[in-house]
Structures are given as structure tokens and as C-alpha cells.
Design a protein around this ligand. Structure first.
Ligand code: NAP
Length: 478
């Protein structure tokens, strides 16, 4: 085998990126724009793989449909992929359609940016009852994920959402908003119909710590008050602040803003005597989930949830008080964080849900860097941080890749056509960037058609998402 420095100085460095969400696209963009590539030290040839037929990962399948500002990040990612110097290959699943061995044969380096799509576990009795759901699964459903069933049981009038992060807000907002408000978004039709028929009246969001320890962001919190015909309900006994809270309020603008927002809502709620809304969104703090229980008359189905009341311990953490509180609810959604999934033939840290790595250099079973294998995004550092934070992450990973460039194990078959031949030989219906352009145009045309119909009543839907995987593939592959 020839030496890497020699090989890759004569031909472009072949890099595969697995996962075409923001993390993968940012990594591809940063690599193509790196000084070394720009200054002509070497050329790079990137293939961006995606398990779904369409690109954009979390933005298409994780961001709530009523968040057009965040969905708008797609426009920036589109520009990167539309330049033509990064090849998109969709509907290709790592570990099934292509193995690590395949990737090593065709590429000098592989970057995993597979993100996190599963719900973190919550080990309390009753978590497996009918009516107990993962928030991440619900997000996948309302975003029209191709591998999630089309039906979602929305039968509960009273619902508990566990967690005080932005996903809990997304889940609660989608459950409590009137479906007609969502019609202008890209929600799939089955989602609109199901939400329209939802009997929900009360959605309770529970945090285990206090109002100064929420993980929301100010904009997302304030947005709750924009939902029509929904009252926000808060409870004075939950407004507890310890020394650490006071310090956070004093020193952290975000926390101060959110505590002000919550406190103002609490004051307004008790001052106003307006016409009550038909739905309520309750925000509870200092409630730690203990048990989800069923009703002996309907065994196996969620009938309520028990919490222990918590108190702050001075450091911003909470401890139990020994007092327990019951809430009758017919559905429970846990939104306590996402969790990554293991990847074939790579080590996996099951506790953190990440691939063990050092700054993006993936580690082997002995804890040594696995030559030529890298990670970026949530599978690298865990499911925290906003989409923009992924850029810094990609910069770090690409920095290490560039540092290692001359010692990478060279691909045996670096010809860009060779991987396509292999996919075709294996009968894999891969999709391309041109295919996405077709699917995108098709979804926009469906939106136009819907809006022009007589019964649209002036409502304009920009896009109607195509949901089934086979339809996405058929439209993309023309
Ligand atoms: P997160 O921000 O980490 O919030 C998780 C929440 O779950 C925290 O309140 C945490 O409480 C709570 N929790 C964890 N374990 C728990 C348990 N055993 N019992 C009760 N509560 C528990 O996670 P996320 O909401 O999944 O969001 C992930 C990332 O995506 C965040 O960076 C978020 O901002 C981002 N995101 C942004 C948007 C947006 O619209 N901008 C939308 C969605 C997600 P403790 O704090 O006490 O641990």
C-alpha cells in the first residue's frame, strides 16, 4: 500500500460525512473552505451521506413546524449543498447499506455526524404504560419522519410533559395549540387532522428545579404566550429562589429575562379577570417525577402521575421534601433530553449516548484515536446546545482532520464513481442533490395547490411535506 502523504498529494483527499443534518453540512462547508484547501495545499472531494432520502436532519425532522425562523437555517444549508462541490447521497444507511469496511475502502477519512434522535430513558415505575410517550418520538411524528407511524393517539384531555428544556416547550406547545394555527406551517396533513381532533384542555409542564434553573431560552419561553385561546397558569408556591438562583438572576441575562417573564405572567394571571380560554398550559416547578400510574378500572393505561415536591439546596440543585403530589392525566410525555444511538463497529458510550472521542477524533476500544475516523455534532458531544453551536464543533473536528491529513490510512479505491457503482451493485436506491431539488419543488407545488383550493379560505401553506419514504424516493429518483 502506498504511503498516505504521497497518495493524497496526487489526488483529492476523499472524505465521507455520515449524516446530512446541520452538523454534517457545517463540517463539509468548513472543510471545503479551510485555508489548506483554499491555498491549494490539496484538494478535497466530499460525499455527504444521509439515511433519509432528504437532507437537513434535525431541521427537517426535529425543529417544530411553527418555528419558521429556525427552519429557515435550511436556506443557508441549501446554499452550501447547491454549490456543487459536496456530493449528497441520501437514503443510504450506515451499517446496513455500507459498512465501516466499505467506507475505509473508498475514503481517506470518515466523519460521523449522525446526531441523536432517541429519547433519554426515565427509569420510573409506569414509564411503559399505554399513554406514556417519548417527546423525541412525538417530535418525529409531528415533523413527518418517514420511519415513524402515521397515527399518534391524541386521546388525553389532561397531559403531563416532564422536563424544562426547549423540547418540553415544543412538545407542550404542539399539544396545546389549536391545530388551525399550525395549518400555515409545513405540518403533514395527518398531523393536522390528529391535532384538530385532540380533546386536550390542560397541558402541564413539570420542571424538577426552580424557575431560575430552567433550560429554556427566552424567545422560546415568551412564545408560549402567543398561542391563541390558551391561558398560561403558574403557581406562586413554585417560585422559590435560593442563593444560586439569586446569583444566576444577577449575572446571567438569559436567566434574568426568563425569571422576569415567568414572574410577570404569575402577576398578570392573578390581576386579570378576562374571559377564560378553552385550553390551559400550566408551568410547574420543583416537581420531580416518581411514578406514572394506571387506574384499576383501566389497567395498563396512564391515569395519573406522582411527583415529589422538591426544594432548592442553595446551590441551584434540588432535593426531595418527602411531600408527594398527584396529577390526574391520561398521557405523559418525557422531554428530558435526547440520546444518541450506537454505530456499527465503533465504540459507544451508552451513558452519554456518544461515540467516545477526543475533540472529534474517534477513539477505539483501547482509547486510542481510530485513524481516519472522526465525529461532530450531537453524536460527538451529546444532545446539548443550539444548532449554531455545531459550527464550533465542526471547526474543531476539521482542525484535527487537517492536522492528521498526512497520516490518514489511504482509500484503496478513491475514484468518486466507485462508491456509486457499489451502491448500484447492491441495489440501493440512493437519492442525490438533484433528487432533493425535485422533491423540494414537489412539496412547494403541493403547498401552492393546497392554497389555491376553494376550501383553503385564504390560508397559504408554503409547503406540504411528503412523508412516506417510498414516495420521497420515487419523487426524488424521478
Ligand atoms: P435540555 O435543554 O437538556 O433539557 C432537559 C430537561 O430535562 C432539563 O430541564 C432537565 O432538568 C430535565 N430532566 C433531565 N432528566 C430529568 C429527570 N430524570 N427528571 C426530570 N427532569 C429531568 O434538553 P432538550 O430540551 O432535549 O433540548 C436539547 C437541546 O436542543 C437544547 O440545547 C435546546 O435548547 C435545543 N433545542 C432548541 C430549540 C429551539 O427552539 N431553540 C428547540 C428544541 C431543542 P435539569 O436541568 O434539572 O437537569
Amino acid at each position: 500500500m502506498s504511503n498516505s502523504a504521497e497518495t493524497t498529494s496526487k489526488r483529492p483527499l476523499r472524505v465521507a460525512i455520515v449524516g446530512a443534518g446541520p452538523a454534517g453540512v457545517y463540517a463539509a462547508d468548513i472543510l471545503t473552505k479551510s485555508n489548506e484547501v483554499r491555498d491549494g495545499d490539496f484538494e478535497v472531494s466530499i460525499d455527504l451521506f444521509e439515511a433519509y432520502p432528504a437532507p437537513y436532519g434535525l431541521i427537517r425532522y426535529g425543529v417544530a413546524p411553527d418555528h419558521p425562523r429556525i427552519k429557515g437555517i435550511v436556506n443557508a444549508l441549501h446554499k452550501v449543498l447547491d454549490r456543487g462541490d459536496i456530493r449528497f447521497l441520501g437514503n443510504v444507511t450506515y451499517g446496513r447499506d455500507l459498512t465501516l469496511h466499505d467506507f475505509r475502502a473508498f475514503y481517506d477519512a470518515v466523519i460521523f455526524s449522525t446526531g441523536a434522535i432517541k429519547d433519554a430513558e426515565l427509569a420510573i415505575p409506569g414509564i411503559g404504560l399505554e399513554g406514556s410517550f417519548g417527546g423525541a418520538d412525538f417530535v418525529s411524528w409531528y415533523d413527518g419522519h418517514p420511519d415513524v407511524g402515521r397515527d399518534w393517539p391524541l386521546e388525553a384531555k389532561e397531559i403531563a410533559v416532564i422536563g424544562n428544556g426547549n423540547v418540553a416547550l415544543d412538545v407542550a406547545r404542539m399539544l396545546v395549540k389549536h391545530a388551525d394555527e399550525l395549518l400555515v406551517t409545513e405540518i403533514p396533513d395527518n398531523v393536522y387532522q390528529a391535532l384538530k381532533n385532540s380533546p386536550a384542555t390542560d397541558v402541564h409542564v413539570f420542571g424538577r428545579r426552580g424557575p431560575a434553573q430552567v433550560k429554556f431560552t427566552p424567545l422560546e419561553l415568551r412564545e408560549l404566550s402567543h398561542a391563541k385561546d390558551v391561558d398560561i397558569v403558574l403557581y406562586p408556591e413554585d417560585f422559590e429562589f435560593d442563593e444560586a438562583s439569586d446569583e444566576a438572576i444577577r449575572t446571567n441575562n438569559q436567566i434574568r429575562t426568563m425569571v422576569n417573564t415567568l414572574t410577570n405572567w404569575l402577576v398578570e394571571e392573578h390581576a386579570e379577570a378576562e374571559e377564560p380560554s378553552s385550553r390551559r398550559l400550566h408551568l410547574h416547578f420543583l416537581h420531580s417525577p416518581v411514578e406514572i400510574y394506571d387506574d384499576p378500572a383501566h389497567p395498563g393505561k396512564v391515569a395519573g402521575i406522582k411527583f415529589e415536591r422538591m426544594q432548592l439546596d442553595g446551590t441551584g440543585n434540588a432535593k426531595g421534601t418527602g411531600e408527594f403530589l398527584d396529577y390526574p392525566v391520561q398521557a405523559v410525555y418525557r422531554a428530558i433530553g435526547y440520546h444518541g444511538s450506537p454505530l456499527d463497529e465503533l465504540e459507544y458510550d451508552a451513558k452519554r449516548g456518544v461515540i467516545p472521542n477526543e475533540g472529534g477524533r474517534v477513539l477505539d476500544a483501547e482509547g486510542n484515536p481510530f485513524p481516519g475516523i472522526y465525529a461532530t455534532g450531537w453524536i460527538k458531544r451529546g444532545p446539548v446546545g443550539l444548532i449554531g453551536h455545531t459550527k464550533g464543533d465542526a471547526l474543531e473536528t476539521i482542525g484535527f482532520l487537517l492536522e492528521d491529513r498526512l497520516t490518514l490510512p489511504p482509500a484503496q479505491n478513491p475514484d468518486p464513481r466507485a462508491i456509486i457503482d457499489l451502491l448500484e451493485e447492491r441495489g440501493i436506491e440512493y437519492t442525490t442533490w438533484d433528487g432533493w431539488i425535485k422533491l423540494d419543488a414537489h412539496e412547494l407545488a403541493l403547498g401552492e395547490e393546497w392554497s389555491a383550493a376553494e376550501d383553503a379560505n385564504g390560508i397559504v401553506r408554503e409547503r406540504v411535506k411528503v412523508v412516506p419514504r417510498e414516495d420521497m424516493i420515487e419523487i426524488s429518483r424521478g
